[in-house]
Design a protein. Structure first.
Length: 207
C-alpha cells in the first residue's frame, strides 16, 4: 500500500472498516490519519485516530484487546480502508465482539465471536468416539464398519446435496450440506488426516 494513493478528507482522515479475518464479521468503523496508518503498518496492529480526543489510539494498548493486522486494502475510490484483523478480545468498548450488534430490523443478527467453533467441537467428539467406540452411538457404528461404509455415506450425502441444490430449497440444502460435512469430518478422522492439513492445501492453492 502506498499512502500517497489514499484520499484523506479535509481533516486528514480516512474511514477504516475493521473486519475479522476469520469470521468476516465487521467489527467496527474507526478513522485513521496518515500517521496512525503508518504506525498500523509498522506495528502490525491497528492504530486509529480518535476524533473525540484528537489523538492517536493504539487499539488494546490498555485493555489488551489488540487487533493483529492480516491485510490492509483501500477501495476503488481510494477514500476508505479495509483492515482485516485477528482480534485478541472484543472490538467494542461495551465488551461486545462487534460494535454492530443492533439490528435495524427486528431479527437478532449479532455476529458470533466464534462462528466456526462447532467444527472444533465436532472434531473433538469424533476423535473421542473413534477412540472409545461407545455402544449405541451412530458414529461408533460407522467407525466400526470401516472406511468403505463411511465413504458410501459421503456419496449418499453428496447426492442429497445435489438434489437439494436442484430443488432450489435453501433449508434442505443447508441440512444436507451439514450432513455431508459431518461425514467428511468423520472420514478424515478415520483416516488420521487433520482438518488443518485440508485447510493448508486450500491456502496453498489460493496463494
Amino acid at each position: 500500500m502506498n499512502l500517497k494513493d489514499i484520499n484523506f478528507d479535509e481533516r486528514g482522515l480516512v474511514p477504516a472498516i475493521v473486519q475479522d479475518a476469520r469470521s468476516k464479521a465487521v467489527l467496527t468503523l474507526a478513522y485513521m490519519n496518515k500517521e496512525s496508518l503508518q504506525m498500523t503498518l509498522e506495528k502490525g496492529e491497528t492504530v486509529f485516530y480518535s476524533r473525540s480526543r484528537q489523538e492517536l489510539w493504539h487499539k488494546g494498548a490498555t485493555s489488551g484487546n489488540t487487533q493483529k493486522v492480516e491485510s490492509l486494502h483501500f477501495d476503488c475510490d481510494q477514500d476508505a480502508v479495509l483492515v482485516q484483523v485477528v482480534p485478541a478480545g472484543p472490538a467494542c468498548h461495551t465488551g461486545d465482539y462487534s460494535c454492530f450488534k443492533e439490528s435495524v430490523a427486528d431479527e437478532v443478527s449479532a455476529p458470533k465471536a466464534e462462528p466456526y467453533a462447532i467444527l472444533d467441537q465436532l472434531r473433538h467428539t469424533l476423535a473421542e468416539r473413534k477412540a472409545v467406540l461407545p455402544e449405541g452411538s451412530y458414529t461408533s457404528q460407522l467407525f466400526q464398519e470401516g472406511v468403505d461404509r463411511i465413504a458410501k455415506k459421503i456419496g449418499e450425502e453428496a447426492g442429497e446435496v445435489i438434489i437439494a441444490a436442484k430443488n432450489d430449497d435453501q433449508d434442505e440444502l443447508s441440512m444436507e450440506s451439514a450432513d455431508l460435512l459431518f461425514h467428511l469430518l468423520m472420514l478424515l478422522t478415520d483416516r488420521g488426516v487433520s482438518f488443518e492439513k485440508v485447510l493448508n492445501v486450500l491456502e496453498t492453492r489460493h496463494q
